[in-house]
Design a protein around this ligand. Sequence first.
Ligand code: IMP
Ligand code: MG
Length: 181
Amino acid sequence: MKKEVEYKGLKFEPYITQEQINARVQELAAQISKDCDGKEPLFLCVLTGAFPFASDLFRAVDIDAEISFIRLQSYQGMSTTGVVKQVMGLGEEIKGRNVVIVEDIIDTGHTMHNLIATVKEKGAADIKIATLLFKPSALCRPVKPDYVGFEIPTKFIIGYGLDIDGKARNLQDIYVLKDDK
Ligand code: IMP
Ligand code: MG
């Protein structure tokens, strides 16, 4: 882990280590495996940010499960635009399925609120939400995640899929913007 990383002239410091992430992912996977046993859940990975989390979580569940992907975009730079664009949509695979939506982070909740409506519309039998990170105090939509890796304050973070204008997704640990109080 690096003591400090810099992107776009901004300095970030370590926040959640790879080891902490791994341990928490195993716990979430065990819980999901228990809750969804016999239901053959369809994991729905929200691209781009959730791909490392979805990859680790999906491989850690030990029940029959499938995975699919949806691509959404709502962020520009460091603030949400509120407008959620569906860049790569869903097919018929959702119908009648127990869907586990896998997100990197729930911030204002706009993205998730919108996505739940879409997944319902496509005829999912049940919807569960797994998010690695959750900023409860930033929430402005009635969204209740079922599986939360870490609840964090309203800070800007990067790494393990989370980006700043497309960069920093490949950091193995999660870093937080310095002096961001
Ligand atoms: P929401 O619609 O405001 O809940 O935003 C959700 C999306 O914003 C996430 O899927 C992320 O892509 C992005 N996002 C929210 N907070 C952060 C952050 O701290 N760092 C990087 N991306 C973030
Ligand atoms: Mg995202």
